[in-house]
Structures are given as C-alpha cells and as structure tokens.
Write a protein of this length. Structure first.
Length: 339
C-alpha cells in the first residue's frame, strides 16, 4: 500500500528547513539543471578550506578515463607531512547523477582526514543527461582502478582501501563495489553508502511519500534517473551497474555501512539493499535516522541528529580500519574471513 503521508521531520531539522526553505530548488526538473549547476558553482569548497589551516595537502590530477573516453579529474587530499602509507578513501560525490564535482561535500572527507588520518581520492565523473549511463559509473571505476594502481605514490596502503559516497555518490559507490567484485578488483575493505540512490523504479512507499515537497522528492528523483537512463528508466533491462538495486546477487561484497533518513525518498530502497546484503551472507550496518531528511547532516550540521550521524559513521570507520567487525575479521578482499 502506498502512503500519502510521511513520518514527521525531527523538530530541530524542521526549524532549519523553515529558515532556508526559500533557498532550496524544490522539485528538480530537467529544465532546471543548467541554473542549478550555475548556482552550485559558487558553493565549491575553496583551496583554503581544503587546506584546513595546514593540516591537509591536496592536488588535482588528470588521470586516464575509460577506454576511448576523456581523462578523469581526481582531487587527492592527504594528511600534511605524510610519512607512511595510510588508509585510503575513494570518494564519489552526490548530485542526482546530474550535478556536482569532486569538491562536493568535501567537508565530511576533510573531517575524516583530520580525525582518522586517511587519504581521500575524490573523483569527478561525467554527468547526465549529457553523459548517460554507463559514462558516470565507468569514470568512477576507472578512478578506483587508478587509485589502487598508484596507491604507493599516493601514500595509500592498498590493503586498506574503501569506497564512500552520498546520495548519487552512494549509489555509484555500490555500483563500483559490484564492478570490483565482478571484474576481479580492486580489493575494497568496505563500502560506505550514505543515503544512496539505488533504484530507478521508484515503486517503494518512501518513493511516493515526498511528492512536491521535502528534499529530493519523487519528481527530482525521476528527473535524475531519466537523465541517466532515458527511456530505459523503470524498464526491464536496466543494469545493476546503473541501479544497484537491480542486482540479483549481493554476495561477495565488502562490508557495508548504510544510513538514510526516515523522511526521504531513498529510505525503503536503502533498507531493502541492507536486508539483501544480510540475506546473501554479507556484512552490513544500517542506520535509519528518525526524522532525518535527505542530506540533513550537510544542511543542518550542528543539529543533534546530524552530530549523532557523523559520530556513528566515524565509529564504523574506526572499527573497519582497525580490522574489527561485528561479524568477524575482514580479509583484504573485503569478504569476512571463513566464508
């Protein structure tokens, strides 16, 4: 049964939404993409912000893209004065498959660099609708392969490489993890899927709950998937590398952390993906933040729910990087030992 309502938004988050509501684009349509891109260009993380008062060093690199495709831009950020290999995070930005660049939501990655001592490689993939599937995921996979191949030069320990992303980046991270499994590498020790965009079919109750209001509503989501897939969206022939919810086999994947708000379009598909990871014998930690809307921890970073969400992600990362997992130790392949 499809509900016409949705759970209540956390009161502290609702107050923030009320203050900034007029600044949000509302339902995103294809005609709005150029204007939103132009507006977001002014919000890019600056070089000074990336440096974190000297704690972080960074460089932009142009690396080979997929065969026959243009080069891919990656942003490499590391702890300053790096002297030994550190864990690596391969990061994929969000933006509904249509928006963003490799500096998107980097504040979270910079926090990880300072708190956990990791290096981060953030990829800038080609965007839909100008570049539909498979261009975005192929760029992301090419960037991961390059990162693993050049780990020593980057100061990254190749045995401690994980993938992370938010929203569309969460969906692309799940897709790249599937590709790494299916194509024989690179090995990943984990996948962090934040409010991931996983399912093009838009048939779950939560995909109907926000229609015409909220953050990333049903119209926005359909716009993103149609930009990526065109007429194939919602049909029978969509690849799991485009929409990971289409995958029929979720075995052999690295341990996953998934989180999502209870008041967002992606809630049910995220819960389903975690459930199917468990059913396939995999390792997954799932958090559904009560009253959270899409991207709440970025829009309202000081709210109590946002602070809790960030701390919980950090705690999972600490356990993962220390080789501690609720379901047992993790091999370099990303699979739990003994399976």
């Amino acid at each position: 049964m499809i509900s016409s309502g949705h759970p209540p938004i956390d009161p502290e988050l609702a107050a923030v939404l009320a203050q900034i509501g007029e600044l949000l684009p509302g339902s995103v349509t294809a005609e709005m993409i150029p204007a939103i891109r132009a507006a977001r260009a002014d919000l890019r993380v600056s070089d000074d912000d990336l440096r974190r008062d000297g704690a972080v060093e960074f460089a932009e690199r142009a690396i080979p893209g997929p065969p026959g495709a243009p080069d891919v831009s990656v942003l490499v950020c590391r702890p300053a004065r790096l002297t030994a290999p550190v864990p690596g995070v391969y990061y994929i930005h969000g933006g509904g498959m249509m928006l963003g660049d490799n500096r998107g939501a980097m504040e979270m990655m910079l926090d990880w660099i300072e708190e956990l001592g990791v290096a981060v490689v953030s990829v800038e993939y080609r965007l839909a609708p100008e570049h539909p599937h498979p261009a975005p995921v192929q760029d992301c996979y090419a960037g991961l392969a390059w990162t693993a191949e050049h780990a020593a030069d980057l100061g990254i320990d190749p045995a401690r490489l994980l993938i992370a992303g938010l929203s569309a980046g969460g969906g692309l991270s799940a897709a790249v993890a599937l590709m790494a499994r299916d194509f024989g590498g690179p090995a990943l020790i984990g996948q962090m899927l934040g409010c991931p965009m996983l399912d093009d079919r838009n048939q779950t109750p939560s995909s109907h709950e926000l229609d015409g209001h909220g953050i990333w509503d049903r119209t926005s989501n359909l716009t993103g998937w149609r930009a990526l897939l065109g007429a194939a969206q919602g049909g029978p022939d969509v690849s799991p590398y485009a929409a990971p919810a289409r995958a029929t086999d979720l075995s052999g994947l690295p341990p996953a952390y998934l989180d999502v708000g209870s008041v967002e379009t992606f809630r049910d598909e995220t819960i389903d993906y975690a459930t199917r990871l468990w059913q396939a014998g995999g390792v997954a930690e799932l958090h559904v933040w009560p009253g959270g809307f899409h991207g709440f921890e970025l829009i309202a970073p000081h709210a109590a729910l946002s602070v809790a969400a960030r701390r919980t992600r950090i705690a999972w990362l600490r356990r993962l990087l220390a080789g501690v997992n609720p379901s047992g130790p993790v091999a370099a392949s990303g699979r739990p030992l003994g399976r």
